[in-house]
Design a binder for this molecule. Structure first.
Ligand SMILES: Cc1cc2nc3c(=O)[nH]c(=O)nc-3n(C[C@H](O)[C@H](O)[C@H](O)COP(=O)(O)OP(=O)(O)OC[C@H]3O[C@@H](n4cnc5c(N)ncnc54)[C@H](O)[C@@H]3O)c2cc1C
Length: 486
């Protein structure tokens, strides 16, 4: 019986675990969070559970059924509060493109080592676990990306994902008068969650202009109609938006937050098609919280540590079986491209099935394969309509903080890049400390990369350094590192 490790128990990981079990594998499914569900089905802990979860989440019944089935399955071990802190690729010959003579033998395939800590993230006595599975499905998801603007370091400015996590996972409202801004359909569920926790949402401000939205979403509408589930979900949010009289403005961005010890207002401005602020359109809006999300950043550190190659868009490259460039390492969900829950479920099912010895040509995968193709097309539309345009750097000033952990501002980054005539990320990090703080560049990394690339002669980075290459994915204590393997 193959033994399959699934890292991440969001929609993609849950679907992968179930499919691998159906295919007869022994499965370990783990997640760093204290329960399974990922970002989409984030919910109150069991000891404070709520009847309202099914109102707050789409597909709640399907999720609880899936969770119950996996929890009761003797051949599926579900580890909660289990964080993978490192993956060691011990045999480069495992790459599937290597000639057979160089590929590892059956025994050697088991050498990819996964290091895990089990226990509450801030607990003192976490258990250390080391696994060497036959196959791995990496389903570590994404976190939301916020573009910096003057004042974004003030208390009261949240990533939209953090505000939603507080609303869904803790029922905490981030403010009384809240502005939601950024880009993408994700802004609508965030506004809905805020309203459900008692906040008044002053407005939802989408940076893409109506024409860009139309050219992304409207072509070949019959193809869009196939993604009917998404349409129903979206319609629900729009109804709520109208019922609560929340204005929705396109071609508009938050370009500054005001306040001394916390946010008291924001300046919004019209932006052009490239998201350059249009002078003279600024308007001040009073708010005690602002939730901003412009895109999603895949959580790539484990996939990169395992040796997986990325595609041109910076996501994990996979084939039809969801197999990565590394033998027996599969990937599914947001780390292979941002596409929403249905795509994550379809990809997870295919990855789990193939990781357990099946193939994408198997009859049993007909439905997930169709769903994958429908929702990949949906994802392309979303990308065309809402992806980050380069003109946003027009709202930065020299004193705009970019790296909040190390308090490095935009002027310092640009000056360091200009002084050294360098577009090397490594040297910029060392000379300014940007991205070397507690979040290790998770928040500012893409922005630092962009500013540096813009400063270079060819508009791109000179070295292959990236913020998500981290041999140790998460901080751990020296004592934990020194503990004997289990
Ligand atoms: C903050 C946020 C909020 C969102 N809210 C909505 C919404 O309201 N509506 C909507 O339609 N879509 C929403 N999305 C998008 C939606 O959540 C995704 O489409 C879907 O959840 C993707 O599923 P996934 O399994 O790929 O990733 P996720 O659901 O993100 O699951 C990944 C899991 O991997 C775990 N993980 C990561 N690294 C490790 C590690 N090293 N060790 C152990 N576990 C690890 C994480 O804890 C997480 O549970 C949201 C996305 C984000 C980032």
């Amino acid at each position: 019986m193959a033994d399959v490790l699934v890292i991440g128990a969001g929609p993609a990981g849950l679907a992968a675990a179930r499919a691998a079990r159906t295919q007869g594998a022994l499965v370990t499914l783990l997640d760093a969070a204290d329960d399974v569900g990922g970002q989409y089905w984030r919910h109150l802990p069991d000891n404070r559970s709520s009847e309202r979860e099914r109102v707050l989440h789409h597909g709640w019944a399907a999720f609880t059924e899936l969770r119950r089935a996996l929890d009761r399955d003797d051949h599926c071990r579900v580890l909660r509060s289990a964080q993978v802190w490192a993956i060691e690729e011990t045999d480069a010959a495992r790459r599937k493109e290597a000639p057979p003579a160089q590929q590892a033998s059956e025994g050697e395939l088991r050498r990819t080592t996964v290091h895990i800590l089990v226990g509450p993230a801030d607990g003192a006595a976490r258990e250390r676990l080391t696994l060497k599975p036959d196959a791995i499905v990496v389903a570590t998801g994404a976190h939301d990306r916020t573009l910096p603007f003057p004042g974004w370091e003030l208390p009261g400015v949240f990533t939209a994902g953090a505000a939603q996590a507080l609303a869904k996972g803790e029922r905490v409202a981030v403010g009384e008068r809240v502005v939601v801004a950024g880009a993408g359909p994700f802004l609508l569920p965030v506004a809905a969650s805020l309203v459900q926790t008692g906040s008044a949402v002053v407005g939802v401000y989408e940076a893409s202009r109506s024409r860009t939205l139309a050219s992304g979403w409207l072509p070949r509408p019959w193809l869009l109609a196939r993604a009917g589930k998404k349409g129903v979900e979206l319609a629900g949010y729009v109804v709520r938006q109208v019922r609560h009289r929340i204005p929705y403005r396109t071609g508009t961005a938050v370009v500054r937050a005001h306040g001394t010890d916390r946010v008291t207002a924001v300046t919004i401005a019209s932006v052009d098609e490239q998201w350059r602020p249009v002078r003279g359109t600024e308007r001040r809006v009073a708010a005690d919280a602002v939730c901003v999300s412009h895109a999603f950043t895949p959580r790539l550190e484990l996939a990169l540590a395992a040796g997986c190659e990325l595609d041109d868009a910076g996501f994990v490259a996979v084939d039809a079986d969801q197999r990565t460039s590394v033998r027996d390492v599969y990937a599914a969900g947001e780390i292979t491209g941002i596409g929403g829950v249905e795509l994550a479920l379809a990809e997870g099912t295919i990855a789990g099935h193939c990781a357990a010895g099946g193939s994408a040509t198997d009859d049993v995968l007909r439905r997930p394969l169709r769903a994958r193709s429908i929702y990949q097309e949906f994802a392309q539309r979303m990308h065309a309509a809402h992806s980050v345009r380069p003109g946003w750097t027009g709202w930065l000033t020299d004193d705009t903080v970019v790296c909040r952990c190390e308090e490095v501002n935009c002027g310092a980054l640009r000056a360091a890049a200009a002084a050294t005539e360098s577009s090397s990320l490594r040297s910029l990090k060392l000379s300014t400390r940007a991205g070397l703080g507690i979040c290790q560049g998770r928040i500012c990394g893409r922005t630092v990369e962009k500013l540096l690339a813009d400063a270079g002669p060819h508009g791109r980075l000179r070295d292959d350094a990236r913020f998500d290459r981290r041999p140790i994915a998460f901080p751990l204590r020296l004592g934990e590192l020194a503990t004997d393997d289990q």
